[in-house]
Unconditional design. Sequence first.
Length: 436
Amino acid sequence: MVSGQMRPATDAPADGAGTAGGVKLVTVLGATGSVGQSTLDVIGRNPHLFQVEAVTANSNAKALAQMAVRCKARLAVLADETRYGELRECLSGSGIEAAAGAGALAEAAARPADCVLAAISGAAGLMPTLAAVSQGRRVALANKECLVSAGRIFMEAVRKAGAELVPVDSEHSAVFQLLASAEPEAIERIVLTASGGPFRTWSLDRLERATPEQALKHPNWSMGRKITIDSATLMNKGLELIEAYHLFSVAPAQLEVVVHPQSIVHALVGFRDGSMLAQLADPDMRTPVALGLSWPARIDTPTRRIDLVELGTLSFERPDETRFRALGLARGAMETGGMAAYRPASFTNTGTSTPFSSRTATRSALVRTPGGSGTPNVTRVLVPTAVVWGARRTVAVAACAEGASPATASPRMSRVIVWCDMGERLPRSAPEEEPP
Ligand SMILES: NC(=O)c1ccc[n+]([C@@H]2O[C@H](COP(=O)([O-])OP(=O)(O)OC[C@H]3O[C@@H](n4cnc5c(N)ncnc54)[C@H](OP(=O)(O)O)[C@@H]3O)[C@@H](O)[C@H]2O)c1
């Protein structure tokens, strides 16, 4: 089941990469974000193991420059070209190269390095991460949207380039570890855990009145705003189902979600002999990040150690799909080809008291997606959201329907989920489901 694209690590650095003494060169995409900062923390604690080649961000010039100086990066790149002058000014005299723009971002991702840690948020991470993949590098993948929005294309690119993919999303890192020595035919099911988010025990009525501030108070994890909001609706867990589907080449029916409020067990794998293995760790992204950088070796992290007696109880519940519809929607998408489209949201930026609702923030529709017998490519999957309810922006939609699942009724019809925030409401008149 763990397919060839997840090769065990070799000691040999990628072509042209590597430094003297076996120190690994690492490029961090999305360095100013939550996962990016965890990555630079791990690297900073292990200077004998890692050196930073390039760091990137979207528009946060000052923070990026400070980080680049602190971690002694060779190159700092912003996606937003309008902030180039500011970045150059912040880096003047440091000897660190500055660049900006989409092309520069892809070039940074493709520069010789032993590992590219992909932690840009959203579908914006797709093209730079594909640039890293195309070089046959190790890609430590935090950005789930690469798989959620273009899973089939992404995995084909990994296979074609002979890249090595190590998942960093904590649940998928757990599964990756649990499957390391498993025979594919022995694997019965994969169980991803979900904390349940801040609204786990809220009634539907109360949910309707929830605010963004409340949604942003995750009980266990400290993360970026988008993923925190997605965790409150359980959409994040839905995306993780799709992510696991592509990463581990399992049938949708082999993937389960259980709510585990303590967030100590990150995933479990059940085998044909009735045994089940679990991976446990305190909820701290530095553990899966360290593994992504160092696999198959394990390195020191300051992650709090688990005290089982102090924990006392680990509990598990079935997710309530009446209150949290996102899981069912994601499953529907996965079963018709595995896709979802994220509409860039202002909700996560405004922080206003706009009412929050997991029910109205999520919609799904059956749409005609690019099919045909050829291999889909990224250009073909950039479908305007106009296809789904006339929204203005363009989002990435996967074109992996064809032959992806025996449940696919028609190769050209796929269920697409579009979700957004309450700051950018979906049109009120939008039907729940709309045939093409
Ligand atoms: N946070 C977690 O604990 C966690 C756990 C598992 C998986 N993940 C996944 O990891 C990814 C990153 O999450 P995060 O929580 O670290 O996000 P975050 O804190 O919001 O950080 C996002 C990073 O991406 C950059 N970025 C945003 N838009 C960009 C664009 N259009 N072009 C180039 N760079 C852009 C940001 O730069 P600026 O600072 O300039 O905006 C920032 O460096 C997501 O896919 C998420 O689902 C996160």
